[in-house]
Ligand binder design. Structure first.
Ligand code: IMP
Ligand code: MG
Length: 178
């Protein structure tokens, strides 16, 4: 089997430009509010770093880490919290910052858990909205890029913990021959 090949999909420049757009929108929508960004580890570590610096308003940041069972490339929808938030979100305006929404099952579970803690508002910002496998009608409020299908890596996104360090986002192409 040959190693997978990478095809560049979103360059650093494209990512930075979309993040600047999202930040403008967030600054507008949360004007006068006390925003708490909740990043979902590990995939969104670079995205939250760039997004938090791109918004002009002051924001607070906390992290959650989820364990989702399934194969390397597909989520089963069985999700548990592996590292919980350190801050209370009761009465806070909370923006979940995700890397990818694929089936939407991870996000749906996370939203259900966080809603029980009675935030004032709970919205979702994802860098990538992958629509082809959507299995829920979860609402995503801010979207960086929309794509249909395909497995992507780089800019925080991994395949088996590899490629998170790449500055651009690439499509992972399997070049295996049978
Ligand atoms: P969902 O529960 O199917 O929406 O899966 C969401 C999670 O699966 C994302 O937050 C990612 O961590 C991971 N994931 C889904 N698609 C990809 C991909 O194309 N590349 C890397 N990770 C992915
Ligand atoms: Mg993730």
């Amino acid at each position: 089997m040959n190693p997978p090949s990478l095809i560049k999909l979103y360059s650093q420049q494209m990512i930075a430009s979309r993040i600047a757009d999202l930040a403008r929108q967030i600054d507008h929508d949360y004007r006068g509010l006390d925003l708490l960004m909740v990043a979902v580890l590990k995939g969104s570590f670079l995205f939250i770093a760039d997004l938090a610096r791109a918004v002009e308003m002051p924001v607070q940041i906390d992290f959650v880490r989820l364990a989702s069972y399934g194969s390397d490339t597909q989520s089963s929808g069985i999700v548990e919290i592996r590292k919980d938030l350190e801050m209370s979100i009761k009465n806070r305006d909370v923006l979940i910052v995700e890397d990818i929404v694929d089936s939407g099952l991870t996000l749906e579970t996370l939203c259900r858990i966080l809603q029980l803690r009675e935030p004032n508002s709970l919205r979702v910002c994802t860098l990538i909205d992958k629509k082809a496998n959507r299995a829920t009608d979860i609402q995503v409020d801010y979207v960086g890029f929309s794509m249909d299908d395909g497995f992507i890596v780089g800019y925080g996104l991994d395949y088996d913990e590899n490629y998170r360090d790449l500055p651009d986002i690439h499509l992972l192409q399997s070049t295996s021959t049978t």
